[in-house]
Design a binder for this molecule. Structure first.
Ligand SMILES: Nc1ncnc2c1ncn2[C@@H]1O[C@H](COP(=O)(O)OP(=O)(O)OP(=O)(O)O)[C@@H](O)[C@H]1O
Ligand SMILES: [Mg+2]
Length: 390
């Protein structure tokens, strides 16, 4: 599908240069090109994006950009600079600009920006409430990130709207490696700018992985984890849910039950607890499930999933159920070679080998989250879980 641009430039040389950049991309096409002196008050409603040259400090232009980005019906703005300072870059982001380019623009850099453009609101489904799902591991290494990443990918393929995957494993989050991406921004920028949040500014901080999947990574440095507190996370999550731009927000909590994780659990509609077939993981699972129940998190639809499940292992699903006093919602098969390869190659297995048995299991989990589950599976609510207890 073509992506139409309105181009506003300061000189004919820039016009020709930027026209070439747009036309060299896969989908880019020009709708109109006007000198900055004729910048229209309102952006052409047929445009998918605005390409604007920023010739230097200009309050009038800043005000135009702010006005344009504040109205979410307007297309996103790409800014072009001959040269740029760090201050200008930050200012541009605060103004709600989607992308900044500096001369010379590499074709692949521009193409990546086009691929990151979010689906336009008109292409999204009806504004359903956003469903927040937390993935909590009983123990390190049980596959929480693998399960969260692949579930997010599957939900995004259903095209019921945009899906956001947040890495809240604040110290050792590894989500970016599972997708082999290097997003420019992390949770830190979102939290630090929480008071300036608006729709387009927020979306400029998320990394668009593909048409319907956006990513928000954990902080890059260990010491930055401190920035993400429960108090600061709360308004961000509330705002994101209120916006209704995402059909699903999935959060990888790792094995953390710290304050930010509890905040997510408090607000989540779904909680997926991930364990595996080992005694240490199951013994942790028991403690964790007892605690969660004690904390009164009954409102979330709960599911215990056993990852890397080996049918002919030492324990059967019934053994695990009996040990935990709770129903096991599902199992995800054991495929060390394929799973490790997908992680090392930075491609979700559900993308790389969608027909694999492990992906069929993951599809059942995605179906549960998108409300396509069977009536029996709904029995896995906390309230009913009490019936299974010793
Ligand atoms: N279904 C599976 N079959 C076989 N191996 C798996 C499966 N899922 C995950 N693994 C393996 O387990 C390892 C850990 O996976 P992952 O990083 O997703 O776990 P985690 O619980 O998020 O770990 P961490 O505690 O580091 O956050 C991976 O290297 C992967 O190879
Ligand atoms: Mg992990």
């Amino acid at each position: 599908m073509a992506i139409t641009f309105c181009l506003y430039y300061s000189s004919p040389e820039t016009r020709d240069y930027l026209t070439k950049v747009v036309q060299a991309s896969r989908q880019g096409t020009l709708l109109e090109a006007l000198p900055l002196a004729q910048l229209p008050d309102k952006v052409n409603s047929g445009a998918n994006a605005v390409f604007l040259e920023y010739p230097g400090e200009d309050r009038v232009l800043d005000a135009w950009i702010r006005r344009t980005t504040a109205d979410h019906r307007n297309p996103p703005i790409f800014l072009y600079f001959q040269e740029i300072t760090t201050e200008q870059l930050w200012k541009a982001l605060r103004l709600g600009v989607k992308e900044c380019f500096v001369f010379p623009i590499r074709p692949e850099e521009f193409q990546e920006a086009l691929d990151r453009l979010p689906v336009l609101p008109a292409e999204l489904g009806p504004a359903e409430p956003t469903r927040l799902t937390a993935f909590l591991g009983c123990k390190g290494g049980v596959g929480t990130t693998f399960v969260a990443v692949n579930t997010a990918y599957l939900l995004a393929q259903e095209s019921q709207g945009q899906v956001l995957l947040v890495d809240l494993d604040l110290r050792y989050g590894q989500m970016v490696h599972f997708f082999d991406v290097k997003p420019q921004y992390t949770l830190v920028e979102v939290i630090e700018n929480a008071e300036n949040l608006d729709r387009s500014y927020l979306q400029s901080l998320f990394y668009q992985y593909d048409k319907n999947l956006q990513l928000l990574p954990a902080p890059l440095r260990l010491e930055d984890a401190e920035v993400v507190t429960a108090e600061r996370l709360d308004p961000v999550l509330r705002y994101l849910k209120k916006l209704r731009i995402f059909s699903h927000i999935l959060v990888d909590l790792g094995q953390n039950l710290d304050e930010p994780a509890l905040k997510v659990l408090e607000m989540a509609e779904n909680l997926i607890v991930v364990a595996n077939q080992s005694i240490p993981a199951l013994s942790n699972a028991k403690k964790l499930l007892d605690l969660l129940e004690l904390l009164g998190l009954e409102s979330a639809t709960f599911g215990l999933w056993l990852n890397a499940w080996q049918k002919h292992g030492d324990l059967s699903v019934e053994d695990v159920s009996a040990f935990l006093g709770r129903e096991v919602r599902g199992t995800i098969g054991h495929a060390p070679r394929e799973v490790t390869r997908s992680i090392n190659e930075g491609q979700p297995l559900t993308r790389q080998e969608p027909g694999h048995a492990v992906c069929r299991d993951l599809k059942l989990l995605a179906a549960q989250l998108s409300g396509r589950e069977t009536p029996e599976s709904k029995a896995s609510r906390w309230g009913l879980l009490k019936l299974f207890r010793r």
